[in-house]
Each structure stands twice: as C-alpha cells, then as structure tokens.
Design a protein around this ligand. Structure first.
Ligand SMILES: Cc1cc2nc3c(=O)[nH]c(=O)nc-3n(C[C@H](O)[C@H](O)[C@H](O)COP(=O)(O)OP(=O)(O)OC[C@H]3O[C@@H](n4cnc5c(N)ncnc54)[C@H](O)[C@@H]3O)c2cc1C
Length: 184
C-alpha cells in the first residue's frame, strides 16, 4: 500500500459521498466514480429522515460549511410525516422528536446530495460506470469502466447501490430479494 492510501469508491450516492468526506477528513486520497454524467440527471426522491446516529455521523464526516448547507435544508424537529388514502384517511403518522433545534432530522434529498458534492470537486468522477475490478500483482485494486479505461487504488468500496457491480464481483452468488414493498 502506498504511503497515503488511495480509496476508490464506486457510486456517488449519499453513502459514497458522505464516506468520501469522512476519508478526506482522515487525510486519505479518495476517488468517487459515479455513473451518471450530470448530478441532476437522476431523480433523488423526496426527503430523507435522519435519526440521532445519522445526525452525529454527518457531524463527524462533513466540514462545517458543508454541514451548514445540509442543515439549511433540514425540516423543523417534531414535524409530522403522514400518509393518507385518496379519501384523506390517515394511514400513517410519524414525528421525529428532537430537543435540539440544531439537530438535522430530515432533509431534501437533492439539496443534501448537492451539498455533499459541492466540496469534493475533482475527487468525484462523473460518467464513470464501474463494471468490474481486478487485483493487481502489486496488491492494489483496479476498477474498470464501461466508458473505457480504468483506475487504480489501494482499497475499493462498493457504494453503488442495490445493483452493485462491486458486489457482483465479490459475491457473485448473492442475489437481491424483492420483498414486494412499494412506496409511491
Ligand atoms: C422510499 C424510500 C424511503 C427511504 N427513506 C429513508 C429515510 O427516511 N431515512 C434513511 O436513512 N433512509 C431511507 N431510505 C434508504 C436510503 O434512501 C438508502 O439507504 C440510501 O439512499 C442508500 O444510499 P447509497 O449511497 O448507499 O445508495 P444509492 O443512493 O442507491 O446510490 C448509489 C449510487 O451509485 C451509482 N451507481 C450505481 N451503479 C453504479 C456503477 N456501476 N458505477 C458507478 N456508479 C454507480 C448510482 O447512480 C447512485 O448515485 C429510503 C429508501 C427508500 C426507497
């Protein structure tokens, strides 16, 4: 392993990007490979709720000004999240209590991801679809891209979501089980 390990992260979703921030904070080199060419081209869904552990993890991972960007999109603690039928009958209600007005409890996914992306600059490589990886004779790891070419590092992290190409390479027999749940 080189003196300053280089960590390759397949996938620039919220998991891969948050990890990249944490590793940079720890003084490591990171390279994130994200298959979409434009950050805005993939719908990110609605909001995401963070519990106290998630809030604490963000505080550990993110530089103060990025954390502040995320906090600015956070909802108000104790906000109600509810689901209704088409007859406006409530079928689910949940609040996310917090005694602190400073705690990040739920954020807009797109703004959250953009805040994570903002600081990482050239460490994020868009339009790079990881298809597979190989171990080199020197004990490093090489990732291969559908767009052509490859890159090398000391550790590869598969943060490329449910259809992970990294998981396919590492655990070819593992399958994704559809539990039949759908959220519209
Ligand atoms: C309806 C719904 C509601 C949810 N609500 C909550 C909630 O309130 N709170 C909570 O904590 N969690 C929630 N979750 C779960 C949460 O959204 C996921 O755990 C989280 O998004 C996973 O992030 P990730 O970065 O690991 O993966 P993803 O968000 O799936 O990101 C993977 C990234 O990898 C990229 N990628 C994929 N394949 C490749 C490849 N081959 N090469 C390069 N890049 C690739 C994708 O483009 C994407 O950007 C919810 C999930 C759903 C479905």
């Amino acid at each position: 392993m080189s003196e300053r390990p280089r960590i390759l992260i397949a996938g620039g979703g919220i998991g891969g990007l948050a990890l990249a921030h944490a590793l940079r904070r720890g003084g490591l080199d990171v390279a994130v490979f994200e298959k979409v060419a434009e950050p805005e081209s993939r719908a990110q869904g609605y909001r995401i709720h963070l519990d106290a552990d998630g809030d604490a993890a963000l505080r550990e991972c993110l530089p103060a000004h990025v954390l502040d960007l995320v906090r600015r999109t956070s909802g108000v603690p104790n906000d109600l999240l509810a689901a209704y039928t088409d007859q406006l009958q409530q079928v689910m209600a949940q609040t996310f209590p917090s005694d602190s007005t400073d705690e990040i409890t739920h954020v807009d996914r797109r703004a959250f991801r953009n805040a994570l992306l903002a600081e990482l600059g050239e460490d994020v490589h868009l339009d790079r679809t990881v298809t597979d990886y190989q171990m080199t004779d020197a004990g490093r790891v090489r990732v291969l891209f559908a767009e052509g070419g490859s890159d090398e590092g000391d550790v590869l992290v598969g943060a490329d979501g449910i259809g992970s190409a990294v998981r396919r390479g590492l655990l070819p027999d593992a399958t994704v089980r559809d539990l039949g749940l759908r959220c519209v």
